[in-house]
Structure formats: structure tokens, C-alpha cells
Design a protein around this ligand. Sequence first.
Ligand code: AMP
Ligand code: ZN
Length: 475
Amino acid sequence: MLKLFNSLTRKIEEFKPISPPQVGMYTCGPTVYDFAHIGNFRTYITADILHRTLLHNRYKVKFVMNITDVGHLTGDNVGDADTGEDRMEKSAKKQGKSAWDIAKFYTDAFLKDYRQLNLLAPSVLCRATDHIKEQIVFVQELEKKGFTYKTSDGIYFDTSKFPDYGKLSNLDDIQEGARVEANPEKKNLRDFALWKFTYPNGRSFNSAQDDNASRRQMEWESPWGIGFPGWHIECSAMSVKYLGDNFDIHAGGMDLASTHHPNEIAQTEAITGRQFVKHWMHAAFILVDGKRMSKSMGNNYTLSDLTEKGFDPAALRYLYLQTHYRKELNFTFDALEASQNALTKLKEEIATFKKPRIGCAEYEERFLEAINDDLNMPQALAVLWELIKSDYPTGAKAESVARMDEVFGLNLFEVAHTVEIPETVQKLIQEREQLRREKRFHLADGLRHKIRKMGFDLRDENKKTIVSRLLPSDK
Ligand code: AMP
Ligand code: ZN
């Protein structure tokens, strides 16, 4: 029985899908104005572990993730998100590219990292800009039901008309923690934009009074005038389109529980009159020196920052698995290096196993218990290590490890592929092996030293040479 913490009820609950064995799951994806950082990826790794755990429990998962490529303003995720500049347009100006090129470039970069981290592909990956029509229809529905009002800069949702507003939120008041002043035209502090105007009241560009530089690259006609969708509406419109208006799981980072997700709930349930999502899941933040990792703080690392230093993307996965997803985790390179070393050790051990056969039911049961206990991955890792160290025959261990790795996603059987060895180094390794066979150990050691200087470490185990990439502190 799978048990999960539900942020909506603030309790650990038994997970019961609406129409088993189908499970509908949605995760708020990246805003593609810059590279995603490894903090963002904690949220996606958490969603991936949940996805894999559901599959392990034999559910059929339809997993939808969006790409936010318009409408996410520089405002504040925990404060007034409806003020400031569109992150996409801002990045386009800064880099002298079109907003569309920025969206394409950072979407591709995100997906590259996503694959490198071995995250299961979504069944549907949907872009906000491909769903403008659906978002307009959504706002029209809200308008018909009397939930909207107009200000000079857009169409807003009136939260006072939705008595249940904020039941998910971890903020009592929007001002708490906010960096920006709220818009004085809003009727209530927590009202939010559904559609924003490019120019006041939705009028068009006027060459006599408007500066060309003020023109938006991403804007659309709507029943209210030229503009673009508010940040929250895309997730409601797209999740309802692909998963229906009542589905199982919605995931995201902890900051989204304050404003973005309560807004998704309000605008969707205002239309349907019934529960939007049964189960809400939020991953806690990755911190650096005790402060949240974020682009605005400038304390963020990307996956390439790690791989350029010689780390394997799976080491980051391993590091994140060691802490429960509802606990904050302070990122350090020392911890990453320890994870890399543990992973290498694990893989080397597994590489010596015989062909998989049968499996160890006892350990597989304990593993299932751990993952089904609100994704207790630290415990699941402990079970894995215990199994590795147990007296079971290695063929049985191999079978169970393979099953567990379907959830860990660490590619534990891929020892050889984790280290890409340049041809020059490969040749030196072969020469060294030959020298060792000829018992010319002194010369062999010389080569080993040379290879080390090229960034690779060699160890001799069971008549095999094990190659690993040196980490920065080893050099
Ligand atoms: P964004 O690209 O800013 O829309 O964020 C993408 C996802 O990453 C959202 O679900 C955020 O809540 C999440 N996120 C942002 N910063 C962090 C962090 N430091 N740790 C964990 N998740 C984060
Ligand atoms: Zn969202």
C-alpha cells in the first residue's frame, strides 16, 4: 500500500487513484528563460521517483509536464507574481535574441539535462504558447461565472468569490516574504491575473505614443484586448486538457504551494465546482549555505557546472536520494563527491555480480515498504546497501538490484559507461596492462602516474583494471 504526504490535507494518506490502475500526474515544468539549476532538478527528481514508484506498484501513469514559455513575470512567486517584466522578454532583450529563440534554446537545454539525469520522459510535454486558445476559453468560462474583473493592466480572478481560496497555501498573507508591492487596483491582496494587457486596457500598439522598444514579442488577440496569459492559467488549462478536470497527483517545488498552486485550484474549481486534484506533493528546497538556491540569489549551479568538474549526473541523483524529499538539503561539493564515491563503489561491487537470477524476496519487500512509506528513499538506499553486503548469491542480488534500480534510476549496471575514456588514455591503459602481464611493474606504475595526470584513476581488482574519473579534490 502506497502512502504519500498530501500537502492539501497536511497528512500522510493512503494513495487511492480515481480510476485504478490509471494514474494522472502533472508537474509544473521550468520557465525557459535561463538554464535550469540543480535546485529545480530536485523537484523533477522527486516527481520522477514518485513516477517510478507508481510504476513499481503496477499503476499505469499518464505524466504531463508543462514548459512555461510566456507570462511568468519577474514579480515574486511568494508575493505578487503579477508585477514586473515577463522573464522571457527580459532574457531576450538581455541576450539580443527573440523570445521565441530563447524559449527554444532553454527548452532544449532543459531536456538535455533532464535526459542526463535519467528522468522518465513525460507522456505529454506541453508549452504554454501552444495552448493560448485553451487558456482564453478558460478565462471566458470564469468570466461567465462571475469570477473575474478588469483593471487597467488585465483581467483578474476575484478570490473573495471563491470561499475555499488558499486551503493549500502555506502563506496566510501574500505580503509575507514578498519582494514587491502589490498592485493597488486589485480588489483583494491575493487576487491574481488571468490575462495581462500589453498596453493599458488592452489597446493596440500606437506608433504616435508608444516606443517601439515597449512592444512585446509574445502577445495575442483576446476578447479583452491584446496581451498574454497570466502565469497560473496555463497549468489549469493544460492539465485539464490532458488529464481531465479531476485527476490524481500534482507536483512542484515548495514555493509553488504558496501562490501558484492555490491559484490553479481556485480558477479550476471555480469552473467545475468539484475537486481539481486529489493529491498535492511539494519538494523542499535545495539550499546553499543555508539559503534557497535560486537564479535571483545568484547561488545556483547547473548540471553542466557539475559534469564539467567530472561529476556523473547520477551522483546528483544519489545525493538527492539520501535525503527525504520533504526535508531541505544543503548542497555542497563535498557531499556530492561523497555521493559520487559511494555510487562508484556500488557500481564496482555490482559489476562483479553474476548474471541476474531469482532475486531476494526479503530485501525486495523491505525496499517496497520503504518507497511506499512516502518515498522514503534514504531507507530504500539503506536496504540496497544491506542487500549488497548480504550473503545471498550474487546472481540473486543482481536480480533484486535491477528491480530496485527501476525506482532509483541510477543505472547501477552501467559501470563501464559512466566514465568516458579518451582514446589516448585507453591506449595507455592497454600498454600498462601489457607491462603488468610482463611483470614490468615499475614501468607500469609510471604509466599509471601519467594516466592520473590526465584525470583518470586506475585500480586493479580481480585481475581487472577499474577506471574512474578523478574528482577535482583528488587531482
Ligand atoms: P521555475 O523554472 O522557476 O518555474 O522553477 C521550476 C521548479 O523548480 C518549480 O517547481 C520550483 O518550485 C522548483 N524550485 C525552484 N527553486 C528550487 C530549489 N532551490 N530547490 C528545489 N526546487 C526548486
Ligand atoms: Zn504550474
